[in-house]
Design a protein around this ligand. Structure first.
Ligand code: ADP
Length: 283
């Protein structure tokens, strides 16, 4: 991913965007009242001639952790990238069907993907801090959005929410690149939440980290769900079982085979194929 794209993910292009043109109103919708943050209907995704997702119907609840699990190549990341239209950046990618965020189809022509990404932040597999100070990493998106008042308080709040403040409060001027891998990932989470999104998408956020750092990220994800809707792709079934409220199981061919409460999926799934996958018979 190039730095422009990373910047955009963190609010980098928002200055050029009239907030009134985003197509996504900030007011409460009927969907919010019923607790659905994201809904897809008959979602098909293709890369050229290859179909990556088939007829995916899902309702992702707000202020919960929803995990996407399934074998490699079954479309989990593709689905995640549909939510904030990151797939727009892939020339051969084509999306059919509907995907609603708070009741608005994010693929409607009047939706500005940059405005959408301001509401739906993303954290990637490999921590990717900017080559800037810890403070500036968190302040970056806020500055781009012109939210410069009370900057110190905003940076402190985001770092506290990301459970990083105590470790960095005396070294905010040091480079974000000098932090450990786990700290870098929490810095990226602080950067994502500083601009006050509604949803945080996480694509294997702990898979490059050691067990202690992984455990810290898992604790953090559970806390974040008190304020944000979290959607996480993980190849680690135990991790999904530990931290998520809902689990979606994708299987080969991009089919969403089962979506339910996480306890139900892991203890008593409806589908034999899901049971076989969970119990390690394949995948
Ligand atoms: P997962 O996250 O479950 O591992 P992906 O969403 O990455 O699965 O991939 C789903 C399918 O789409 C795979 O067959 C993969 O090879 C294909 N795919 C993913 N990204 C691209 C791309 N940029 N170009 C072409 N095919 C892709």
């Amino acid at each position: 991913m190039d730095s422009d794209t990373e910047a955009e993910q963190n609010g980098g292009s928002l200055l050029e965007t009239d907030p009134g043109q985003g197509g996504l109103a900030d007011n409460t919708t009927a969907e919010e009242a019923t607790g659905v943050a994201i809904e897809s209907q008959d979602l098909d995704v293709y890369y050229g001639d290859t179909q990556a997702l088939q007829n995916v119907d899902i309702q992702i609840p707000e202020n919960r952790v929803t995990a996407m699990i399934g074998p490699s190549g079954c479309g989990k990341s593709t689905f995640l990238r549909c939510i904030n239209r990151m797939n727009d950046l892939i020339d051969v990618c084509r999306v059919e069907g509907d995907l609603f965020f708070e009741g608005k189809n994010v693929y409607d022509p009047d939706v500005d993907p940059v405005a959408l990404r301001r509401r739906i932040g993303m954290v990637f597999q490999h921590p990717n801090p900017f080559p800037k100070s810890i403070y500036d990493n968190v302040a970056y998106g806020l500055k781009i959005q012109g939210k410069t008042e009370n900057m110190d308080e905003r940076v402190e709040r985001a770092l506290k929410q990301a459970a990083l403040w105590d470790e960095v409060k005396d070294r905010l001027d040091e480079s974000g690149l000098d932090l450990s891998g786990g700290q870098q990932q929490r810095l990226c989470i602080a950067r994502a939440i500083a601009v006050d999104p509604d949803v945080i998408l996480m694509d294997e956020p702990a898979s490059a980290l050691d067990p202690v750092a992984t455990s810290q990220i898992e604790d953090l994800i559970e806390e974040l769900a008190e304020e944000y809707t979290v959607v996480i792709v993980t190849h680690n079934m135990q991790q999904a079982a530990r931290i998520s409220d809902k689990t979606a199981v994708f299987l080969t061919g991009g089919e969403l085979v089962e979506f339910d409460d996480t306890d139900k999926i892991f203890e008593n799934p409806e589908s034999q194929r899901v049971e076989d996958y969970i119990t390690g018979k394949f995948g």
